[in-house]
Design a protein around this ligand. Structure first.
Ligand SMILES: Nc1ncnc2c1ncn2[C@@H]1O[C@H](COP(=O)(O)OP(=O)(O)OP(=O)(O)O)[C@@H](O)[C@H]1O
Ligand SMILES: [Mg+2]
Length: 259
């Protein structure tokens, strides 16, 4: 079976400092891959580099979504092609309401001539907000402005549910969520699992993976994957931390400062 998403030897730097040092991963349609790893090992950099964030300069490697060369696409094209990132730290945008933002995003994804009608959009947004147990007032609030940490995370999932990406990257979607919200968000993600959609879930905690069952768990250190396994790997990390991985692999400094 062809891979839905493939990364080969991705290298990326910021302000001349290399962060990703040859990151490779293949994801088939329908799979959920989790990435865990100590702070500062390049997880968010990976997410931003895939999305084409202008701060990160990709200096090597290849990225393919359904065989299409992602690195050749500009940022808008990547979203249109079906890449989505729920950010670790979502930005606040004053003056743009949540509804305005989402409608533009959906229309950009659909392309000219296939825009969603206002009435359909409102119905869709209302129904997804109900699913996520969000207060309807969030429709007309400025994007993320004054949202609590958990409200921002729930709003990122709302965006994902409405945009229906092919590959959804969720960067620490569980941070800041209370227990009930975690279950609601996980249910939202699970409802979207589909043979033609994949998920890359970055998390520090195994607990999220109790609710969203991953097919594979990868450990990231020094800007690349250093170990892969199944859900049991996340359980062992939760119980024992990362020292045993470092010992096993002879890694002294797991951050990206080391080559
Ligand atoms: N704008 C920047 N300027 C300088 N260094 C940066 C910049 N952005 C990221 N870095 C460095 O790149 C490294 C990797 O950062 P990244 O955010 O990818 O880590 P992470 O694995 O997501 O960590 P965490 O688990 O804490 O979210 C860090 O050492 C960070 O300080
Ligand atoms: Mg991060």
């Amino acid at each position: 079976m062809a891979n839905l998403f493939e990364i080969h030897g991705l290298k990326s730097e910021i302000e001349g400092k290399e962060i990703l040092k040859g990151f490779s991963l293949s994801i088939q349609g329908g799979q959920v891959h989790a990435i865990m790893g100590p702070n500062g090992t390049g997880k968010s950099t990976l997410a931003s580099s895939i999305m084409g964030h202008p701060k990160y300069e990709v200096t090597g490697g290849e990225v393919y979504l359904e065989g299409e060369d992602v690195l050749e696409m500009d940022v808008d094209e990547r979203a249109r092609a079906g890449l989505f990132l729920a950010m670790q730290y979502p930005s606040e945008i004053t003056g743009v309401t949540n509804a305005d933002f989402l409608r533009s995003a959906i229309n950009a994804r659909r392309g000219e001539g296939s825009e969603i009608s206002l009435i359909k959009f409102v119905r869709l947004m209302e129904s997804k907000m109900r699913e996520l147990e969000m207060n309807p007032e969030f429709m007309h609030r400025y994007l993320n402005e004054g949202f609590s940490g958990g409200e921002k995370k729930r709003n990122e999932i709302l965006q994902m549910m409405m945009l229906e990406p092919k590959l959804a990257i969720l960067d620490e979607i569980d941070s800041g969520l209370d227990i009930d919200a975690l279950k609601i968000v996980a249910a939202g993600v699970n409802a979207m699992r589909h043979t033609e959609r994949s998920f890359l879930i970055i998390t520090h905690y195994q607990r999220l993976l109790n609710y969203i069952k991953p097919d594979f768990v990868h450990v990231m250190m020094q800007g690349r994957i250093v170990k892969s396994g199944g859900p049991e790997l996340a359980e062992r990390l939760e119980a024992e931390g990362y020292d045993w991985v470092k010992e096993e692999l002879g890694i002294v400094d797991e951050t990206v400062s080391q080559a």
